[in-house]
Ligand binder design. Structure first.
Ligand code: NAP
Length: 321
């Protein structure tokens, strides 16, 4: 195991809008931040097409382009990028120790956690087995493969509506399967989906299994009525699972206060966690708003909180050694 003996002012975990904004602010504060990107660098924006609600882009912007712009800005202020996943942390004493890919350990006086959230799975064995063979969690990535085919989208939130609408560019029909008779999605997304002639809704239905044909690719789903228990086969060529997200907090379990769903608990009105010197921002601590712009906002707050913490404890080294 390699240990980088430098004690960094601030290490940022995560490279979505929260982590990159924290890097821009910490860099401008001359803290020489080190940002650990994760293997899926860029976070959820990397699998988002049109971002229409990020201020300053009147015609919208593609998610990956927005991330790239933020990254360039963080590089301009001398952020050091480390690729790899954080596999463990030791937050029991300062400097904190952060281990990447179970290989290299980095030390830091302050830590900003911006590790985000990832798409939830239904939890069916067939879902895992058929992932990439008709099952997907990303219409942007895989929609093209369903040209002139029929697909099912599971979920009733904004993500499910966004996926369903996007998939109508390719598929002949998109069936949204929702476990209730009412959507959770915002009104504007609901209206867009209702108005799309290619989208139909299957209310009060749960996917209890996914069926594959001889070629080993998806041919249908077994839908269950949660009230009557009735089961029925629906033929489909693809299943897009869009049932929300869960926070990426595995390395922090047992080390810091998390809520019952695994989100990091921060103080009201700032980004302090229960460990002095550890701050959290973006989706990893936000089960409510979860927008790119709110993630960026809390990223800014986390960098300012870390800077003030360092000032108060006079640990800022002004460099990487
Ligand atoms: P969400 O709002 O939590 O919705 C998840 C949906 O999946 C709900 O309808 C839920 O059903 C359903 N669901 C959850 N677990 C399920 C299971 N095991 N089986 C079947 N269905 C299940 O998640 P989201 O749609 O990913 O949105 C998350 C946040 O991101 C929201 O704040 C949303 O506004 C935001 N977002 C915004 C945009 C946009 O503005 N363009 C796009 C995407 C996401 P119930 O309704 O019954 O709970």
């Amino acid at each position: 195991m390699d240990t980088d003996n430098s004690v960094h002012n601030v290490i940022i975990i995560g490279s979505g809008p929260a982590g990159l904004t924290a890097a821009i602010y910490a860099g401008r504060a001359n803290l020489h931040p080190v940002l650990i990107e994760g293997t899926s660098a860029g976070g959820q924006l990397m699998i988002t097409t049109d971002v229409e609600n990020y201020p300053a882009f009147p015609n919208g912007i593609q998610g990956p382009e927005l991330v790239l712009c933020m990254k360039k800005q963080a590089q301009r202020f001398e952020t050091t990028f480390v690729s790899g996943d954080v596999t463990s942390v030791d937050l029991s004493k300062r400097p904190f120790a952060i281990t990447v890919n179970a290989e290299a350990t980095y030390l830091a006086q302050t830590l900003i956690i911006a590790s985000g959230a990832r798409a939830k799975q239904i939890g069916l064995p067939a879902e895992r087995r058929l992932m990439g063979r008709g099952v997907s969690a990303c219409a942007t990535c895989d929609g093209f493969f369903f040209r002139d085919k029929e697909v099912v989208v599971v979920g009733g939130g904004d993500t499910a509506m966004e996926e369903a609408i996007f998939l109508t560019r390719f598929a002949t029909q998109v069936a949204v399967v929702h476990r209730r008779d009412r959507l959770r999605a915002s009104k504007i997304m609901q209206e867009r989906a209702f108005q799309n002639p290619k989208i139909k809704f299957l209310w009060n239905r749960e996917v209890s299994d996914i069926v594959a044909g001889e070629a080993g690719t998806v041919t249908g789903v077994i839908l269950k009525d949660p009230f009557t228990g009735e089961m029925a086969l629906k033929k489909t060529d693809g299943v897009f699972v869009a049932i929300g997200h869960e926070p990426d907090t595995a390395p922090f379990k047992g080390q810091m206060a998390l809520d019952e769903k695994g989100y990091i608990i921060t103080q009201s009105g700032n980004t302090h966690t229960n460990i002095p010197g550890v701050f959290a921002c973006g989706d990893v601590q936000d089960p409510v708003y979860r927008q790119a712009v709110t993630a960026a906002g809390t990223g800014c707050m986390a960098a300012m909180d870390a800077e003030r913490f360092l000032e108060a404890s006079d640990h800022s080294s002004g460099g990487c050694s």
